[in-house]
Each structure stands twice: as structure tokens, then as C-alpha cells.
Design a protein around this ligand. Structure first.
Ligand code: FHN
Length: 595
């Protein structure tokens, strides 16, 4: 179906035809169009995305009709996976499309909602794992034009509306999983398996007949700024090689790391969790739901609070990432009310504090106990934005480790000037007694010349001892399921919620007096548990005997380990996965020991 602008496609095809034999043999060696990109070219291509920081993810499709319920039964799991999780036969699932009639769809209102929330781009599912295309596709009749009463394109009008609002526009495409077209990949099943006779077929034929033509269709027709691959189930390098050259159909396209086959793409995509630190030399984007589902589920009311969402945005940006926050519209074409309320509230905060988000880079500080920091380079210095979550009760905000004396300090909201002074540990800002914003108040510091910071706050005491408290722990959480968190009920804070054995804890600290250290931990362990711990790449095991309940903390010996050199080091604490029993951790202590 040839809709929309074809000028870019034509240009790209002409460019392909004009490719020299040398270029063609390079392509055979590595078909990734960006394989030989220079640093400057890459920086230019990623420029708008790095500036943007905040985007809207939209998961929309036929799954919004059952909305989490099949044959009267609530199906557990994320809403858009209902077909897979309930193994719904194709004929039953196809019937839902006859009720997919988004007559209330107002793409202009969606784009405005995103813009007003402070978002700078959107990414919508052009085809999710159920194989249903939200665009008219010549490769199938399982699409909006042929299978629904609505009968017309949903993607083109959104692309237009987004661009009219000044937003960049991206398309998600499930290149491998497809639970409808013959041969499409299915998570948790082996290649060739399915739950319906109609699934029979070859995955390679599916790629050639559906995925490749549809990626061509969406890239040429809508000219998206982003292509968001997902779940490389059954993919391998040879298969990915059929798709990756298509990226050049849209010059400047940004695509993620989920194609498969070893192609890294442009962005890392941590899902449903915020990494403890950013990714070295890689762009990255956290994608996250506002409740517990991507696709609309009528009874999922586990909404994150506005405060949580704003803190997450600040946290992600302070680590150098972008935040792609999801909405799951209804089959009528409406974004759920709780999502709208939250986006509007985030937008009010962004209107005042957007300068502390857009175009900023990661914090120069490893950890700040009262909030987060972002920074922006100026030709003659640096602007630091302090996102204060916990406003100091004594009116003194210590920026631990900042050595440069700021030329000025002010509240971002309203511009009131603030006094600063040097202290032994850093710079102290005198702030008004009440926080200007109950969620996150931003203080702007202008620093002239080179920025001088001691990025790591945890350092040895003069006697060589070092305490690593829970509040300074970096919490490394897997994407789904329960997450490690800092618990503050009763006594000093501890790391808790360690029910997932894949989660792990790390501290980063500075050593001035290297040597051997005796390591002890303050833990509460209702059951015997085995942990693995170690400095940097070292690994040792320790068995923790029961201490009582989750609030009975005892100091236990982990062992002795050596650090040979002064400088920044880490200590990691991991669960030994086999038969893991959760523990709470208050702190780790390093005490100099005889070598
Ligand atoms: O399986 C999908 C899921 O439905 C959703 O689309 C997310 C978004 O990142 N991606 C996959 C899981 O990683």
C-alpha cells in the first residue's frame, strides 16, 4: 500500500542502486549501516535523542479488547501477552479484532498530552507479538485496514500529530515474535512449535514474508525517527542480517539493541527497572509501565504515584539515560484516566524544572543522599542542577564532594538567589525552610572554570576503617518481579526486598590506605543463606547463619580480602542462587587486618 511520502524511499533506493562494488562487499562483511560511523557522525545522529530525555511509549492493539480477561477468567501477566499466556486459538483471538474500533482516537490529543507532559518523542507499537499491524499492510490481512471495523490507518495520523507538536516519532516492531502468522517466533516454545495448527510454518519464511516487507513498509511510509525492535526470540546473526540493512531506508534512524544476532544497535534498553549506574560508552533508555501492564488491562490499578514517576525521571537522567514511559490505550482509543492525571502532573513539574532535564548529562557525584544531580556544560564552566527530594530540615544542603566554589546558586523555580559556603566535606547551600516543590525542588549552581569534585563520598577514616551503609548501596535489580529497596522502618536503613536471587548490591568507595581488610556485615537473616562477595572482580562465598527475623540484625564475619592499590574500588554482594533465602543488609564494614 503506497501511502504517505515516498521521496525518502526513492532517494534511499537510488542510493542503494548507486552503491559501489567496494561498498557492497563491506556491506556483506557487516550489513549494519552504522558499522563504520565515526564518533562525530554518531554524536550528530544521536543529538536530538540525547537532548530529549523523556518519551511516551504506546502499547496498543487488539489485546486491548480482552483487556486481561479471556472466557471470563482473569489471565495473569502483562495485558498484551494474553494471547500467549492463555494460548488463545487464532480464530478466537482474531474475533477480538472485530471489536477493535477506536472511534474515540484523537491522535492530536495524544501528541498534545505527551508534549504537555514534557515528553519530546513517542514510540508506538506498529506490530506487537500478536502480529496485528496498526497500519494497512500489503503483507497481511491481519491489520487495522482489513481485520477491524475501524478500517483505516492508526499510525500515519499519529506520526503527523506528533510532528505537528514538535515531537520525534518512533515505531516499535516485533520482528521475531508473531503469534499469528505461520512460523512466527513464540517465547517459551522451541522453533517450529505453537498452540494452534495455523502456527505451522518456517520462521525463515515468516521473516521473509512478513517481517522484512513490513519493516520496509513502516520505514518508507512513516519515516520514523526511531525503530524499536523487541524480543529476539529464535533470531540469530543470519536472520538479523536480513533486517538490519533496512535501517538505511530511513537516514538518521535510531534503533535499539533488541534486533538480535549480535547487532548492538544504538541504545541499551533496561526494562521495568533503573540500573544502579549508567552504561559506559552506550546510550540507554529505561522503558517502564505506569501500572503493571503495557497493553490495556481493565483491572490493573497498580499505578505508580506521580512522585515516584518524577523521582524515576530525575534518577534516570542523573545517570545519563532517557525515560520511555508507557501508556496503554483502550480499544475505543482513549488513554486511561490515571495515566492522563499522572502525565499532566509530571508536565506541571517539567514546565518549571525542564531545564534540569533536557540536554543534561550524568551527575558527577556517585551518590547524593538527598536526591540527584544533572549537569550541563557551558563554554566557560558547568551548570549543576540539584534535584532535592529530601529537603534539609536545618536549612543547610551539603553537596558532599563538590570542591569548586559556585559563582551563583538559585532556586530553579522563581530564581531566588541562595548563599553558598565551603565546608570540610563540600559546599553547603543555605535554603529556605520549606521545600519549593513537595516532590523535587531544583537548585541551580553555576560553576566557572573546570569542575572539581570528589565523586565518591565513601572514604576510609584516618584509622583505615570504612563503613558501607545501606543508603550508599547501588541496587542492581532484574527487570521484572520484586526489587531491592532501602527500608527505613525501625533503626538505621537497610537494603531489603531481596527475594529475587538475580538482584545484587554494590558499593563504590575510595581507598587511600590499601592492604588486607576484615569484612563484616550487619545482616538480618531469618534463614541460613549463602552469599558471594568480593572487591572488584574477586569472589568469595560466605554462609550466614539465621539471626532471627527480618529485623534481628547481627554483625557477622564475611572473611578477609585484599586491595592492592589506592583509588576507587567496589564491593559486590550477591545471592548464591541455589535455594536463596532473602536477607536484609544494613551495612558492610572494612577493618584493616594483618596481611
Ligand atoms: O514482550 C514485550 C512486552 O510485551 C513489552 O512490549 C516490552 C516493552 O519493552 N518488551 C517485551 C518484553 O521485553
Amino acid at each position: 500500500m503506497s501511502q504517505g511520502p515516498i521521496t525518502h524511499l526513492t532517494a534511499a533506493l537510488i542510493a542503494c542502486a548507486a552503491i559501489s562494488p567496494i561498498a557492497r562487499s563491506q556491506e556483506a562483511a557487516n550489513p549494519d549501516p552504522y558499522a563504520n560511523e565515526t564518533r562525530e557522525q554518531r554524536d550528530a545522529r544521536m543529538g536530538w535523542w540525547r537532548e530529549a530525555k523523556f518519551g511516551m511509549f504506546i502499547h496498543w492493539g487488539v489485546y486491548a479488547v480482552p483487556a486481561g480477561t479471556y472466557k471470563g477468567k482473569q489471565i495473569s501477566g502483562i495485558g498484551e501477552w494474553i494471547m500467549r499466556n492463555a494460548e488463545i486459538p487464532l480464530a478466537d483471538y482474531r474475533a477480538f479484532a472485530r471489536q477493535f474500533n477506536p472511534v474515540k482516537y484523537r491522535p492530536e490529543a495524544w501528541a498534545k498530552l505527551a508534549r504537555d507532559a514534557g515528553m519530546r518523542y513517542m514510540v508506538i507499537t506498529s506490530k506487537h507479538h500478536d502480529g496485528f499491524a496498526l497500519f494497512p499492510s500489503e503483507a497481511t490481512d491481519w491489520d487495522i485496514a482489513d481485520a477491524t471495523p475501524y478500517g483505516k490507518d492508526l499510525i500515519g495520523p499519529l506520526a503527523k500529530a506528533a510532528r505537528a507538536e514538535g515531537l520525534r516519532f518512533g515505531l516499535y516492531y516485533s520482528q521475531a515474535q508473531d503469534w499469528t502468522h505461520p512460523g512466527g517466533a513464540k517465547a517459551r516454545l522451541k522453533e517450529g512449535e505453537g498452540w494452534d495448527d495455523a502456527h505451522k510454518g518456517s520462521f525463515d519464511a515468516y521473516l521473509d514474508k512478513i517481517a522484512v516487507p513490513q519493516v520496509k513498509e513502516i520505514l518508507s511510509r512513516y519515516q520514523p525517527d526511531i525503530l524499536w525492535w523487541d524480543t529476539p526470540t529464535w533470531m540469530n546473526e543470519e536472520r538479523a542480517r536480513r533486517l538490519i540493512p533496512l535501517v538505511k531506508l530511513r537516514p538518521g534512524l535510531i534503533h535499539n539493541n533488541r534486533l538480535g544476532g549480535g547487532f548492538k544497535g544504538d541504545t541499551e534498553t533496561p526494562e521495568q527497572h533503573i540500573p544502579a549506574t549508567g552504561f559506559k560508552d552506550r546510550d540507554w533508555e529505561v522503558c517502564m509501565t505506569m501500572n503493571d501492564t503495557w497493553g490495556f488491562k481493565s483491572y490493573d490499578d497498580k499505578w505508580k504515584s506521580t512522585e515516584d514517576l518524577i523521582h524515576k525521571l530525575c534518577d534516570i537522567v542523573s545517570k545519563g539515560g532517557n525515560f520511555l514511559l508507557n501508556v496503554g490505550p483502550t480499544p475505543e482509543g482513549e488513554i486511561p484516566g490515571p495515566s492522563i492525571e499522572r502525565l499532566e502532573a509530571v508536565g506541571r513539574w517539567m514546565k518549571v524544572n525542564g531545564d534540569a532535564i533536557y540536554g543534561t548529562t550524568a551527575s558527577p557525584f556517585h551518590k547524593l543522599l538527598w536526591g540527584r544531580c544533572t549537569k550541563k556544560a557551558r563554554p566557560d564552566g558547568t551548570t549543576l542542577f540539584l534535584h532535592v527530594f529530601d529537603w534539609p530540615k536545618d536549612g543547610k544542603l551539603l553537596i558532599h564532594g563538590l570542591k569548586s566554589a559556585p559563582r551563583s546558586a538559585s532556586l530553579l523555580a522563581g530564581g531566588t538567589s541562595l548563599q553558598t559556603e565551603k565546608s570540610a566535606d563540600g559546599i553547603v547551600v543555605t535554603v529556605p525552610s520549606a521545600a519549593p516543590d513537595p516532590i523535587a525542588s531544583v537548585i541551580r549552581l553555576e560553576i566557572d572554570g573546570a569542575l572539581d569534585v570528589e565523586s565518591v563520598a565513601l572514604q576510609q577514616a584516618p584509622d583505615g576503617n570504612l563503613e558501607l551503609p545501606a543508603t550508599f548501596a547501588e541496587l542492581n535489580n532484574p527487570g521484572y518481579g520484586s526489587h531491592l529497596l532501602i527500608e527505613t522502618k525501625g533503626g538505621p536503613p537497610n537494603v531489603g526486598g531481596w527475594t529475587d536471587a538475580r538482584a545484587w548490591i554494590q558499593w563504590t568507595f575510595k581507598i587511600t590506605k590499601p592492604g588486607s581488610f576484615k569484612i563484616t556485615a550487619s545482616v538480618a537473616a531469618p534463614n541460613k543463606a549463602t552469599v558471594q562477595w568480593g572487591f572488584d572482580d574477586q569472589k568469595q562465598k560466605a554462609v550466614i547463619e539465621p539471626t532471627g527475623d527480618y529485623s534481628s540484625f547481627k554483625t557477622i564475619d564475611l572473611g578477609v580480602a585484599k586491595l592492592d592499590s589506592p583509588g576507587i574500588h567496589t564491593l559486590a554482594l550477591r545471592a548464591v542462587a541455589k535455594d536463596w533465602k532473602p536477607i536484609n543488609v544494613r551495612s558492610i564494614t572494612l577493618a584493616p587486618a594483618a596481611p
